[in-house]
Ligand binder design. Structure first.
Ligand code: SF4
Length: 460
């Protein structure tokens, strides 16, 4: 099927959602992080000397209370002292990079968690000052400095501090506005709180405000989700991430506090997704891919139209850098040579930093085949199109020959009108954009064992 001859239109259907919603990686990296292993003698951070731009990720794992749906690496505590001593270690870790990374502009900085705004304003300043000693921070309109915030605890004054420190993008974790749902997930937050913070952030010049929402939560149904989205649309965030809740209590201890009987069934979740997508579409939001929506005038939406979207560990971005340094427990870094990840647990992380200055425990040295597939998956997910000629040049063999098995795996997606191809290109149709991770998975050399598939959350 060619792009032009796609007769199936772009609409989602429950049948397609049901057939393509099995477990599948999200491809924030290739190979995926579950493949990482001890690095042996390899040191992929050596390539940090040879870069022209850098992304920084800082993981702040602390939260004041536990949200029952949470699958993040976090520590629930009321003791602020833990955060202070963690920050010491984190800045020590930053120093480890001092002679390893070229002094190049940090075009992207992201504070994630946990709850980064768990840090006091004083410690947020200390963090940025410490990072500035090692990395070339250049706040301004031409960089993306973003932070995840919990609207239940974020103070308006902290927004002033964040702007002063150069943050220009704010992501608020909303999840759902319905009071019953909020109680069932132990995360109570009113629309008024969110409205106040959204307005205050806009007044202070945050260029982009993004809301995280989740469907498939306990006690959610079509009616509650529709009402939540109505409230969200009134507040008009620039971007919306609408995630699917994967109930995996055997993997995530917090989720055992959720009554499984209250979690919507797979078919209810499908209905919710269809309704939510339609509601957001009618309100004018554009679907970027992989759970993300943006207003048409938003930079990400414009970049998507221009085929300029990029993807990193935080999702879609406009400003890809040559490398990423991730600081903090469990943080992942990458360079053109590979990936490296820090120890997960706070105590082990802190001990390792104290003993050797870094906490790297595993990673992946990329080989030529990994790089080929990494490029290919990125093209599919960000540009929705593969240039077969370029892929063949990189593979050193004709596309249809080299990727013979992959094309066989993709056959059902062609038949369902989710992909198209002609002599020079392979692309994702409008309706196939919902299932782009399934297409990417066909090219994942490491994926195809049952045991591996069971580890991923479902697409829906
Ligand atoms: S969802 Fe966010 S705020 Fe809630 S426990 Fe997890 S990391 Fe903390």
């Amino acid at each position: 099927m060619t792009q032009e001859s796609n007769p199936a239109g772009w609409e989602l259907s429950a049948d397609l959602l049901a057939r393509y919603s099995g477990p599948c990686p999200r491809y924030t990296s290739y190979p995926t992080a579950d493949r990482f292993a001890p690095l042996g003698g390899t040191e992929p951070w050596r390539a940090l000397q040879d870069i022209r731009s850098l992304s920084l990720y800082v993981h702040i794992p602390f939260c004041q209370s536990l949200c029952y749906f949470c699958a993040c690496n976090k520590v629930i505590t009321q003791q602020y002292g833990l955060a202070s001593s963690y920050l010491e270690r984190l800045l020590q870790e930053a120093q480890w990079y001092r002679d390893k990374v070229a002094r190049v502009p940090v075009t992207q900085l992201h504070l994630g968690g946990g709850t980064p705004t768990f840090l006091s304003d004083g410690d947020l300043r200390r963090l940025m000052e410490g990072l500035g000693e090692v990395f070339e921070l250049r706040p301004g309109d031409d960089v993306e400095y973003s932070i995840e915030a919990d609207p239940r605890t974020l103070e308006v004054e902290t927004l002033d501090t964040l702007r002063e420190l150069g943050f220009n993008r704010l992501s608020l974790g909303i999840q759902d506005f319905n009071a019953d749902v909020q109680r069932a997930i132990n995360r109570v937050c009113t629309p008024e709180q969110v409205a106040q913070l959204t307005n205050a952030a806009r007044e202070r010049g945050f260029e982009s405000i993004s809301y995280d929402l989740i469907y498939g939560l306990p006690k959610q149904n079509l009616t509650t989700l529709e009402a939540t989205l109505e409230q969200v649309l009134e507040l008009s965030p620039d971007r919306i991430a609408l995630y699917h809740y994967a109930h995996l209590p055997h993997r995530f201890k917090a989720q055992r506090l959720i009554d499984t009987d209250l979690v919507p069934s797979a078919s209810e979740k499908i209905a919710m997704q269809l309704a939510a997508v339609s509601q957001l579409g009618q309100a004018g939001y554009e679907f970027l891919g992989m759970d993300h929506f943006a207003k048409p005038g938003d930079e990400l939406a414009k970049a998507a139209h221009a085929g300029m979207l990029q993807r990193n560990f935080q999702g879609y971005t406009l400003m890809p850098a040559d490398a990423l340094v991730g600081l903090g427990a469990s943080a992942i870094s990458y360079s053109r040579d590979g990936y490296w990840q820090n120890l997960h647990r706070l105590k082990e992380y802190a001990q390792a930093i104290g003993e050797r200055g870094h906490a790297v425990c595993r990673g992946w040295q990329l080989n030529d085949d990994d790089r080929l597939r990494q490029w290919l998956i990125s093209e599919l997910m960000c540009r929705l199109r593969l240039d077969k000629g370029e892929a063949a040049r990189r593979a050193g063999a004709p596309f249809d020959v080299f990727f013979h098995e992959e094309l066989e795996r993709l056959q059902p997606m062609f038949e369902d009108g989710l992909l198209w191809q002609d002599a020079g290109s392979l692309g994702v149709t409008e309706r196939g954009r919902w299932f782009v991770r399934n297409a990417a998975a066909a090219f994942d050399r490491y994926l195809h064992s049952r045991e591996t598939e069971a580890r991923y959350s479902r697409v829906l």
